[in-house]
Design a protein around this ligand. Structure first.
Ligand code: PLP
Length: 430
Protein backbone atom coordinates (compact mmCIF):
# COMPACT_ATOMS: atom_id res chain seq x y z
CA UNK A 1 0.00 0.00 0.00
CA UNK A 2 1.63 3.20 -1.15
CA UNK A 3 -1.19 5.59 -0.35
CA UNK A 4 -1.74 7.09 3.07
CA UNK A 5 -4.13 5.89 5.73
CA UNK A 6 -6.65 8.62 5.10
CA UNK A 7 -6.73 7.84 1.39
CA UNK A 8 -7.21 4.13 2.04
CA UNK A 9 -9.89 4.97 4.56
CA UNK A 10 -11.91 6.62 1.81
CA UNK A 11 -10.95 4.58 -1.28
CA UNK A 12 -9.56 1.23 -0.18
CA UNK A 13 -11.12 -2.09 -1.10
CA UNK A 14 -13.49 -0.81 -3.74
CA UNK A 15 -12.79 -0.66 -7.44
CA UNK A 16 -15.34 1.34 -9.32
CA UNK A 17 -17.23 -0.93 -11.67
CA UNK A 18 -16.14 -4.17 -9.98
CA UNK A 19 -18.72 -6.82 -10.91
CA UNK A 20 -20.25 -8.44 -7.87
CA UNK A 21 -22.65 -11.05 -9.27
CA UNK A 22 -24.91 -10.58 -6.25
CA UNK A 23 -28.07 -12.62 -6.69
CA UNK A 24 -30.31 -9.85 -5.34
CA UNK A 25 -30.06 -6.43 -6.99
CA UNK A 26 -27.53 -4.36 -5.06
CA UNK A 27 -28.29 -0.98 -3.51
CA UNK A 28 -26.11 1.57 -5.29
CA UNK A 29 -26.00 4.00 -2.39
CA UNK A 30 -23.83 6.67 -3.92
CA UNK A 31 -24.64 10.25 -4.84
CA UNK A 32 -22.44 10.31 -7.93
CA UNK A 33 -20.76 8.11 -10.55
CA UNK A 34 -17.19 8.37 -11.71
CA UNK A 35 -16.38 9.15 -15.35
CA UNK A 36 -13.58 7.36 -17.19
CA UNK A 37 -12.53 10.64 -18.84
CA UNK A 38 -13.61 14.22 -19.23
CA UNK A 39 -14.76 13.35 -22.76
CA UNK A 40 -17.10 10.71 -21.34
CA UNK A 41 -18.43 13.20 -18.80
CA UNK A 42 -19.11 15.73 -21.56
CA UNK A 43 -20.87 13.10 -23.69
CA UNK A 44 -23.08 12.04 -20.80
CA UNK A 45 -23.96 15.62 -19.87
CA UNK A 46 -24.87 16.38 -23.49
CA UNK A 47 -27.08 13.24 -23.76
CA UNK A 48 -24.79 11.99 -26.56
CA UNK A 49 -24.14 8.89 -24.52
CA UNK A 50 -26.44 6.92 -22.19
CA UNK A 51 -25.23 6.41 -18.64
CA UNK A 52 -25.49 7.54 -15.06
CA UNK A 53 -24.07 10.81 -13.82
CA UNK A 54 -25.66 11.50 -10.49
CA UNK A 55 -28.31 9.90 -8.30
CA UNK A 56 -30.70 12.84 -8.70
CA UNK A 57 -31.41 11.51 -12.20
CA UNK A 58 -30.84 7.77 -11.89
CA UNK A 59 -29.10 4.93 -10.10
CA UNK A 60 -28.56 1.34 -11.27
CA UNK A 61 -30.94 0.15 -8.51
CA UNK A 62 -33.56 2.59 -9.76
CA UNK A 63 -33.02 1.47 -13.35
CA UNK A 64 -33.74 -2.14 -12.37
CA UNK A 65 -36.98 -0.96 -10.77
CA UNK A 66 -37.89 1.08 -13.86
CA UNK A 67 -37.29 -1.84 -16.20
CA UNK A 68 -39.20 -4.19 -13.95
CA UNK A 69 -42.29 -1.98 -13.64
CA UNK A 70 -42.24 -1.14 -17.38
CA UNK A 71 -42.15 -4.89 -18.11
CA UNK A 72 -44.97 -5.62 -15.66
CA UNK A 73 -47.14 -2.99 -17.37
CA UNK A 74 -46.15 -4.13 -20.85
CA UNK A 75 -44.72 -0.64 -21.44
CA UNK A 76 -41.73 0.73 -23.32
CA UNK A 77 -39.92 2.65 -20.55
CA UNK A 78 -40.45 4.00 -17.05
CA UNK A 79 -39.24 6.70 -14.70
CA UNK A 80 -39.12 6.13 -10.95
CA UNK A 81 -39.28 9.07 -8.57
CA UNK A 82 -39.55 9.84 -4.85
CA UNK A 83 -43.30 9.38 -4.40
CA UNK A 84 -46.52 8.72 -6.22
CA UNK A 85 -47.32 12.39 -5.89
CA UNK A 86 -44.06 13.25 -7.66
CA UNK A 87 -44.81 10.70 -10.40
CA UNK A 88 -48.17 12.35 -11.12
CA UNK A 89 -46.64 15.84 -10.97
CA UNK A 90 -43.69 15.25 -13.32
CA UNK A 91 -45.86 13.29 -15.78
CA UNK A 92 -48.48 16.03 -16.06
CA UNK A 93 -45.86 18.79 -16.17
CA UNK A 94 -44.00 17.04 -18.99
CA UNK A 95 -47.20 16.75 -21.04
CA UNK A 96 -49.10 19.93 -20.12
CA UNK A 97 -46.52 22.22 -18.51
CA UNK A 98 -46.29 24.60 -21.49
CA UNK A 99 -49.63 26.35 -21.32
CA UNK A 100 -51.52 23.08 -21.60
CA UNK A 101 -54.95 22.27 -20.19
CA UNK A 102 -55.85 19.05 -18.36
CA UNK A 103 -59.18 17.24 -18.17
CA UNK A 104 -59.33 15.10 -15.03
CA UNK A 105 -61.88 12.87 -13.32
CA UNK A 106 -63.81 14.05 -10.25
CA UNK A 107 -62.97 10.71 -8.67
CA UNK A 108 -59.32 11.11 -7.59
CA UNK A 109 -57.12 10.69 -4.55
CA UNK A 110 -57.37 13.93 -2.47
CA UNK A 111 -53.65 14.72 -2.77
CA UNK A 112 -53.97 14.67 -6.56
CA UNK A 113 -56.92 17.06 -6.34
CA UNK A 114 -54.75 19.38 -4.20
CA UNK A 115 -51.99 19.24 -6.83
CA UNK A 116 -54.33 19.89 -9.76
CA UNK A 117 -56.59 22.57 -8.38
CA UNK A 118 -54.13 24.44 -6.18
CA UNK A 119 -50.47 24.05 -7.17
CA UNK A 120 -51.20 23.64 -10.90
CA UNK A 121 -53.44 26.71 -10.65
CA UNK A 122 -50.40 28.59 -9.25
CA UNK A 123 -48.41 27.32 -12.24
CA UNK A 124 -51.10 28.56 -14.67
CA UNK A 125 -52.10 25.04 -15.74
CA UNK A 126 -55.91 24.95 -15.91
CA UNK A 127 -57.73 21.74 -15.02
CA UNK A 128 -61.36 20.87 -15.78
CA UNK A 129 -62.88 18.15 -13.59
CA UNK A 130 -65.54 15.83 -15.03
CA UNK A 131 -67.55 12.83 -13.87
CA UNK A 132 -65.46 9.92 -15.12
CA UNK A 133 -68.60 7.94 -16.01
CA UNK A 134 -69.90 10.65 -18.35
CA UNK A 135 -68.23 10.39 -21.79
CA UNK A 136 -70.03 13.50 -23.05
CA UNK A 137 -68.55 15.52 -20.18
CA UNK A 138 -65.04 14.36 -21.14
CA UNK A 139 -65.63 15.32 -24.79
CA UNK A 140 -67.18 18.68 -23.89
CA UNK A 141 -64.27 19.61 -21.61
CA UNK A 142 -61.61 19.18 -24.30
CA UNK A 143 -60.23 22.45 -25.74
CA UNK A 144 -57.52 23.12 -28.34
CA UNK A 145 -55.13 23.60 -25.40
CA UNK A 146 -55.91 20.23 -23.80
CA UNK A 147 -52.80 18.06 -23.58
CA UNK A 148 -54.03 14.99 -21.66
CA UNK A 149 -56.95 13.26 -19.97
CA UNK A 150 -56.33 11.92 -16.46
CA UNK A 151 -58.17 9.41 -14.24
CA UNK A 152 -57.58 6.53 -11.83
CA UNK A 153 -58.24 3.04 -13.18
CA UNK A 154 -59.93 2.09 -9.91
CA UNK A 155 -60.57 5.24 -7.92
CA UNK A 156 -59.64 5.86 -4.32
CA UNK A 157 -61.74 5.46 -2.09
CA UNK A 158 -65.08 4.53 -3.72
CA UNK A 159 -63.56 2.02 -6.19
CA UNK A 160 -65.30 3.33 -9.32
CA UNK A 161 -63.90 1.38 -12.27
CA UNK A 162 -62.84 3.52 -15.24
CA UNK A 163 -64.03 2.53 -18.71
CA UNK A 164 -60.44 2.82 -19.93
CA UNK A 165 -61.13 1.96 -23.58
CA UNK A 166 -63.93 4.52 -23.85
CA UNK A 167 -61.91 7.37 -22.30
CA UNK A 168 -58.77 6.39 -24.26
CA UNK A 169 -60.79 6.64 -27.49
CA UNK A 170 -62.03 10.11 -26.50
CA UNK A 171 -58.44 11.18 -25.72
CA UNK A 172 -57.15 9.85 -29.01
CA UNK A 173 -59.96 11.50 -31.01
CA UNK A 174 -58.78 14.75 -29.40
CA UNK A 175 -55.16 13.96 -30.32
CA UNK A 176 -53.96 13.70 -26.71
CA UNK A 177 -52.83 10.81 -24.50
CA UNK A 178 -54.77 9.17 -21.69
CA UNK A 179 -52.79 9.13 -18.44
CA UNK A 180 -54.07 6.84 -15.68
CA UNK A 181 -53.13 6.38 -12.07
CA UNK A 182 -53.29 2.62 -11.53
CA UNK A 183 -52.01 2.57 -7.95
CA UNK A 184 -55.11 0.78 -6.66
CA UNK A 185 -55.42 -1.44 -9.74
CA UNK A 186 -51.81 -2.74 -9.78
CA UNK A 187 -50.38 -4.53 -12.84
CA UNK A 188 -51.20 -7.82 -11.12
CA UNK A 189 -54.92 -7.13 -11.71
CA UNK A 190 -55.06 -4.75 -14.66
CA UNK A 191 -52.73 -3.51 -17.37
CA UNK A 192 -54.25 -0.21 -18.57
CA UNK A 193 -51.96 -0.17 -21.60
CA UNK A 194 -53.81 -3.23 -22.93
CA UNK A 195 -56.97 -1.08 -23.05
CA UNK A 196 -55.58 2.07 -24.63
CA UNK A 197 -53.99 4.09 -21.80
CA UNK A 198 -50.75 5.72 -22.94
CA UNK A 199 -49.10 6.52 -19.58
CA UNK A 200 -49.58 4.60 -16.35
CA UNK A 201 -48.65 6.15 -13.00
CA UNK A 202 -48.20 4.34 -9.69
CA UNK A 203 -47.66 5.31 -6.13
CA UNK A 204 -45.10 2.55 -5.51
CA UNK A 205 -45.55 3.28 -1.81
CA UNK A 206 -48.70 1.14 -1.96
CA UNK A 207 -49.15 -2.32 -3.49
CA UNK A 208 -45.89 -2.42 -5.44
CA UNK A 209 -44.01 -2.19 -2.13
CA UNK A 210 -46.64 -3.87 0.02
CA UNK A 211 -44.60 -3.41 3.20
CA UNK A 212 -45.56 0.20 3.88
CA UNK A 213 -41.98 1.17 4.64
CA UNK A 214 -40.89 3.29 1.65
CA UNK A 215 -42.23 6.06 -0.52
CA UNK A 216 -41.79 5.88 -4.27
CA UNK A 217 -43.56 6.52 -7.55
CA UNK A 218 -43.27 5.28 -11.12
CA UNK A 219 -44.63 6.40 -14.48
CA UNK A 220 -44.65 3.97 -17.39
CA UNK A 221 -44.68 5.16 -21.01
CA UNK A 222 -46.57 2.50 -22.94
CA UNK A 223 -44.89 3.71 -26.13
CA UNK A 224 -48.27 4.10 -27.83
CA UNK A 225 -48.56 7.86 -28.20
CA UNK A 226 -46.97 9.39 -31.28
CA UNK A 227 -45.89 12.93 -30.35
CA UNK A 228 -44.41 13.22 -33.82
CA UNK A 229 -47.83 13.01 -35.53
CA UNK A 230 -48.63 16.64 -34.63
CA UNK A 231 -45.19 18.12 -33.94
CA UNK A 232 -46.38 21.72 -33.42
CA UNK A 233 -48.55 20.56 -30.52
CA UNK A 234 -45.65 18.88 -28.70
CA UNK A 235 -42.60 21.19 -29.00
CA UNK A 236 -41.09 19.73 -25.82
CA UNK A 237 -40.40 16.58 -27.86
CA UNK A 238 -40.17 17.80 -31.43
CA UNK A 239 -38.39 21.20 -31.30
CA UNK A 240 -34.70 21.69 -30.42
CA UNK A 241 -34.25 21.21 -26.65
CA UNK A 242 -32.82 24.60 -25.71
CA UNK A 243 -30.45 23.37 -22.98
CA UNK A 244 -29.00 20.68 -25.28
CA UNK A 245 -28.40 22.85 -28.33
CA UNK A 246 -29.94 21.39 -31.47
CA UNK A 247 -30.91 18.07 -29.88
CA UNK A 248 -34.52 17.03 -30.61
CA UNK A 249 -35.73 14.42 -28.13
CA UNK A 250 -38.13 12.81 -30.59
CA UNK A 251 -35.33 12.27 -33.11
CA UNK A 252 -32.70 11.23 -30.57
CA UNK A 253 -34.83 8.91 -28.38
CA UNK A 254 -38.02 8.21 -30.36
CA UNK A 255 -41.41 6.87 -29.41
CA UNK A 256 -41.50 5.13 -26.05
CA UNK A 257 -38.23 6.68 -24.80
CA UNK A 258 -38.45 10.45 -25.44
CA UNK A 259 -40.94 11.04 -22.61
CA UNK A 260 -38.63 9.38 -20.04
CA UNK A 261 -35.70 11.40 -21.37
CA UNK A 262 -37.66 14.66 -20.94
CA UNK A 263 -38.92 13.78 -17.46
CA UNK A 264 -35.45 12.83 -16.24
CA UNK A 265 -33.37 15.49 -17.94
CA UNK A 266 -35.76 18.33 -17.14
CA UNK A 267 -38.35 17.79 -14.42
CA UNK A 268 -36.51 15.38 -12.11
CA UNK A 269 -33.21 17.14 -12.83
CA UNK A 270 -34.64 20.63 -12.14
CA UNK A 271 -37.19 19.97 -9.40
CA UNK A 272 -35.29 17.13 -7.69
CA UNK A 273 -37.97 14.58 -6.63
CA UNK A 274 -35.45 11.74 -6.90
CA UNK A 275 -35.90 8.20 -5.63
CA UNK A 276 -33.30 7.12 -3.12
CA UNK A 277 -31.42 3.94 -4.11
CA UNK A 278 -32.44 2.37 -0.80
CA UNK A 279 -36.14 3.01 -1.45
CA UNK A 280 -35.76 1.69 -5.01
CA UNK A 281 -34.31 -1.49 -3.54
CA UNK A 282 -37.10 -1.82 -0.97
CA UNK A 283 -39.74 -1.41 -3.68
CA UNK A 284 -37.98 -4.07 -5.77
CA UNK A 285 -38.12 -6.42 -2.78
CA UNK A 286 -41.85 -5.78 -2.44
CA UNK A 287 -42.62 -6.31 -6.11
CA UNK A 288 -41.24 -9.85 -5.90
CA UNK A 289 -44.42 -10.91 -4.05
CA UNK A 290 -46.93 -8.56 -5.72
CA UNK A 291 -49.28 -11.06 -7.36
CA UNK A 292 -49.30 -13.37 -4.32
CA UNK A 293 -50.27 -10.56 -1.98
CA UNK A 294 -52.80 -9.00 -4.33
CA UNK A 295 -54.59 -12.32 -4.95
CA UNK A 296 -55.00 -12.92 -1.20
CA UNK A 297 -56.00 -9.30 -0.53
CA UNK A 298 -58.50 -9.28 -3.38
CA UNK A 299 -60.30 -12.45 -2.29
CA UNK A 300 -60.35 -11.38 1.37
CA UNK A 301 -61.72 -7.97 0.39
CA UNK A 302 -64.56 -9.52 -1.60
CA UNK A 303 -65.50 -11.75 1.34
CA UNK A 304 -65.45 -8.75 3.70
CA UNK A 305 -67.48 -6.61 1.26
CA UNK A 306 -70.10 -9.39 0.97
CA UNK A 307 -70.26 -9.62 4.76
CA UNK A 308 -70.64 -5.84 5.18
CA UNK A 309 -73.35 -5.73 2.50
CA UNK A 310 -75.52 -7.90 4.82
CA UNK A 311 -74.69 -5.89 7.93
CA UNK A 312 -77.62 -3.90 9.44
CA UNK A 313 -75.33 -1.00 10.46
CA UNK A 314 -74.04 -0.52 6.90
CA UNK A 315 -76.11 1.40 4.33
CA UNK A 316 -73.86 0.98 1.27
CA UNK A 317 -70.78 -0.98 0.24
CA UNK A 318 -68.70 0.50 -2.58
CA UNK A 319 -67.09 -2.64 -3.98
CA UNK A 320 -67.38 -3.33 -7.73
CA UNK A 321 -67.15 -7.07 -7.12
CA UNK A 322 -70.69 -6.95 -5.69
CA UNK A 323 -73.41 -7.62 -8.26
CA UNK A 324 -75.40 -4.49 -7.33
CA UNK A 325 -72.45 -2.13 -7.81
CA UNK A 326 -72.89 0.37 -10.67
CA UNK A 327 -69.33 -0.59 -11.73
CA UNK A 328 -69.83 -4.38 -11.57
CA UNK A 329 -70.04 -4.82 -15.36
CA UNK A 330 -66.87 -2.72 -15.84
CA UNK A 331 -65.13 -4.77 -13.13
CA UNK A 332 -66.05 -7.99 -14.92
CA UNK A 333 -64.68 -6.59 -18.16
CA UNK A 334 -61.47 -4.97 -16.89
CA UNK A 335 -60.68 -6.92 -13.71
CA UNK A 336 -61.26 -10.62 -14.48
CA UNK A 337 -58.43 -11.62 -12.11
CA UNK A 338 -60.08 -9.89 -9.15
CA UNK A 339 -61.15 -6.51 -7.83
CA UNK A 340 -58.64 -4.45 -5.83
CA UNK A 341 -58.73 -4.65 -2.05
CA UNK A 342 -59.28 -0.92 -1.48
CA UNK A 343 -62.96 -0.15 -1.09
CA UNK A 344 -65.31 1.73 1.19
CA UNK A 345 -68.62 1.46 2.93
CA UNK A 346 -71.11 3.93 4.37
CA UNK A 347 -72.23 3.51 7.94
CA UNK A 348 -75.99 3.81 8.35
CA UNK A 349 -77.32 7.05 9.86
CA UNK A 350 -77.53 10.75 9.20
CA UNK A 351 -74.48 12.79 8.28
CA UNK A 352 -75.00 14.93 11.45
CA UNK A 353 -74.32 11.91 13.63
CA UNK A 354 -71.52 10.64 11.41
CA UNK A 355 -68.45 12.27 13.01
CA UNK A 356 -69.09 10.82 16.48
CA UNK A 357 -70.16 7.42 15.14
CA UNK A 358 -67.22 7.04 12.76
CA UNK A 359 -64.76 8.18 15.43
CA UNK A 360 -66.09 5.50 17.76
CA UNK A 361 -65.95 2.84 15.05
CA UNK A 362 -62.41 3.64 14.02
CA UNK A 363 -61.17 3.86 17.59
CA UNK A 364 -62.69 0.45 18.41
CA UNK A 365 -60.95 -1.35 15.54
CA UNK A 366 -57.94 -3.34 16.70
CA UNK A 367 -56.79 -5.41 13.73
CA UNK A 368 -57.38 -2.59 11.22
CA UNK A 369 -54.86 0.21 11.73
CA UNK A 370 -55.79 3.88 11.39
CA UNK A 371 -53.22 4.92 8.79
CA UNK A 372 -53.13 7.32 5.81
CA UNK A 373 -51.87 4.67 3.43
CA UNK A 374 -53.19 1.76 1.37
CA UNK A 375 -51.94 -1.39 -0.29
CA UNK A 376 -50.01 -2.44 2.81
CA UNK A 377 -49.70 -6.03 4.07
CA UNK A 378 -51.55 -4.72 7.15
CA UNK A 379 -55.26 -3.93 6.92
CA UNK A 380 -55.86 -0.21 7.16
CA UNK A 381 -58.85 1.99 7.85
CA UNK A 382 -59.30 5.65 6.99
CA UNK A 383 -62.06 8.26 7.06
CA UNK A 384 -61.64 10.08 3.72
CA UNK A 385 -63.74 13.13 4.68
CA UNK A 386 -61.47 13.96 7.62
CA UNK A 387 -58.22 12.53 6.23
CA UNK A 388 -57.21 11.93 2.60
CA UNK A 389 -60.04 14.00 1.08
CA UNK A 390 -60.42 16.62 3.83
CA UNK A 391 -59.34 19.51 1.55
CA UNK A 392 -62.21 18.91 -0.85
CA UNK A 393 -65.42 20.94 -0.66
CA UNK A 394 -68.57 19.01 0.21
CA UNK A 395 -69.65 19.32 -3.46
CA UNK A 396 -66.33 17.84 -4.62
CA UNK A 397 -66.64 15.02 -2.09
CA UNK A 398 -70.19 14.29 -3.26
CA UNK A 399 -68.96 14.21 -6.89
CA UNK A 400 -66.33 11.68 -5.86
CA UNK A 401 -69.01 9.54 -4.15
CA UNK A 402 -67.73 10.25 -0.61
CA UNK A 403 -70.03 11.17 2.28
CA UNK A 404 -69.24 11.90 5.94
CA UNK A 405 -70.39 8.31 6.60
CA UNK A 406 -67.84 6.79 4.20
CA UNK A 407 -65.14 4.59 5.72
CA UNK A 408 -62.28 3.34 3.53
CA UNK A 409 -60.69 -0.05 4.04
CA UNK A 410 -57.49 -1.39 2.53
CA UNK A 411 -57.43 -5.12 3.14
CA UNK A 412 -54.12 -6.71 4.06
CA UNK A 413 -52.95 -10.30 4.14
CA UNK A 414 -54.18 -11.20 7.63
CA UNK A 415 -56.81 -13.92 8.27
CA UNK A 416 -60.11 -12.62 6.85
CA UNK A 417 -62.01 -14.08 9.82
CA UNK A 418 -60.05 -11.82 12.19
CA UNK A 419 -60.80 -8.80 10.02
CA UNK A 420 -64.54 -9.58 9.88
CA UNK A 421 -64.67 -10.15 13.64
CA UNK A 422 -62.89 -6.83 14.22
CA UNK A 423 -65.39 -4.97 12.00
CA UNK A 424 -68.40 -6.70 13.57
CA UNK A 425 -67.28 -5.86 17.09
CA UNK A 426 -66.52 -2.22 16.29
CA UNK A 427 -69.76 -1.74 14.31
CA UNK A 428 -71.77 -3.20 17.20
CA UNK A 429 -70.24 -0.74 19.66
CA UNK A 430 -70.47 2.27 17.30
N1 PLP B 1 -52.25 8.08 -6.27
C1 PLP B 1 -53.10 7.43 -5.46
C2 PLP B 1 -54.28 6.71 -6.04
C3 PLP B 1 -52.88 7.42 -4.08
O1 PLP B 1 -53.74 6.77 -3.27
C4 PLP B 1 -51.77 8.11 -3.56
C5 PLP B 1 -51.51 8.17 -2.11
O2 PLP B 1 -52.35 7.82 -1.30
C6 PLP B 1 -50.93 8.79 -4.45
C7 PLP B 1 -51.19 8.74 -5.80
C8 PLP B 1 -49.73 9.55 -3.97
O3 PLP B 1 -48.72 8.65 -3.68
P1 PLP B 1 -47.57 8.91 -2.59
O4 PLP B 1 -48.24 8.92 -1.26
O5 PLP B 1 -46.62 7.79 -2.81
O6 PLP B 1 -46.97 10.24 -2.91
Amino acid sequence: MTEGFATTQVQGGYAVGLPSFSAVPPIHQTAAYEFSSLQEAADLFALRKAGIIYSRNASPTQQILEERVAALEGGASAVAVASGQAAVAVTLLALAGRGGHIVAADQLYGGTVDLLQDTFDDFGIPVTFVDQDDPDAWRAAVTPQTRLLFAETVANPVAQVLDIRLIADIAHEAGVPLVVDSTVGTPALIRPGDHGADFVVHSATKFLSGHGSSLGGVVVDQGTFDFGAEPERWPQFTAPYQRFGELVLWERFGQGQAFAALVKSKYVHDLGPSLSPFNAWQILQGIETLDLRVARQSSSALAIAQHLAQHPAVSRVNHPGLADSPWHALAQRYLPKGVPSVFSFDVDGTEDEAPARIARLVDELNVFRLVANLGDARSLVAHPASMTHSHLTSAQRAAAGISLNTVRLSIGIEDPADLIADLDRALAIA
